[in-house]
Design a protein around this ligand. Sequence first.
Ligand SMILES: N=C(N)NCCCC(=O)O
Ligand SMILES: [Mn+2]
Ligand SMILES: [Mn+2]
Length: 321
Amino acid sequence: MEKVYNQPQGGNEMPRFAGRGTMLRLPFCDSPAGLDAAFVGIPLDVGTSQRAGTRYGPRNIRNESVMIRPYNMATGAAPFDSLQVGDIGDVPINTYSLLKSVDIIEDFYTRLNDWPLIPLTLGGDHTLTLPILRALAKKHGPVGLIHVDAHTDTNDDMFGEKIAHGTTFRRAVGEGLLDCQRVVQIGQRAQGYASGDFQWGVDQGFRLIPVEQCWHKSLSPLMAEVRQLMGAGPVYLSYDIDSIDPAWAPGTGTPEVGGLSAIQALEIVRGCRGLNLIGCDLVEVSPPYDISGMTAQLGANLLYEMLCVLPGVRYQGETRL
Ligand SMILES: N=C(N)NCCCC(=O)O
Ligand SMILES: [Mn+2]
Ligand SMILES: [Mn+2]
C-alpha cells in the first residue's frame, strides 16, 4: 500500500492567515513515532546578552511559515513526497532558570534519540545548541559542525557565567561533543573582547571564514569545500540568524553590521545537500525587534531549506542552477 506522508495545509484548502498554528501548517504530532524529521520549538531567551525576545521565536517562525509551499522550485526538492515530517511542539523550558532549561532540553533530545528522526529546531537563543549537541553526541559521538553566525560563541564565560548564548561552542569543545577537524564557522565579524577571540576555534582545528571573505561573492564554491571537509561523517548545522545583515534580518538580539545576504544564506543551506545531517537549528530570531515579521519568515524559509537537504529527500526532475 502506498505510504501516506503528512502534508502542509495548502493555501487553497485553508486561507494562509488561518488553519493550523504549526510549522508549515503540518500536522501536530504528540509522539515522534513514525517521523523522519520533526520541527521542535525551544522558546528560550534567558541566555541572551543584549536584546531578549527570542522566547517568541518559535511561535513567530511558525506564524511566518504559512507562505511556504511543498515543492522547492529552485532545487527540485520534494520533502513531503518521501519524508514523514511533523511538528512535535515546544520544549517546556524553565523561564526562570537557564541551567535548568539546559538540562530540560538535553533530556528532551536524549529521549528523541530513541527514534530515527532528525530534529529541526526553532529557537530561541543560541545556548540551546549546547544541550542538543550533548544529546546527539550520545547517539553519534563527536559530530562535525557547520556554524553560521556573526559571532564565534566561543567565549569562556559571559559575566562570569560558563553557560550563555556566547559560550556554546567553547563548552561543546570542552565536553568532547565536536569533531574539531570537521568544524567550520562562517560569517563571523565585528569586534572581540580580546584580539585573539577569533583564533581560539582555529587553534582547536576549526576552519573560520570571516564575513569579509564572504563579501561580494557566491558562497556555492565555499560549500563545495565544506562538503569535502565534512565527508560522510555526522554533521550538525547551527544557523544563527544574526549571521545575516540586519538589513535583511533586523529582528535579532545581537545585530552586527556588514552581514551575509539572504541569498548567501540560501546558498549555504542548499550547499549542505548530500551531507549526513543529524540535526539542524535556526536560532536568535527576536520578534519584538522584527520589522513586519521578515526575520521570522527568513528563518522559516531557511528551516524549510534545511528540511529539503536532509538525507532521504526525493528530488523532482532536473534541478535548475
Ligand atoms: N547571538 C549569539 N549567539 N551570541 C552573541 C554573543 C555576543 C558576544 O559575544 O558579545
Ligand atoms: Mn550565535
Ligand atoms: Mn550571533
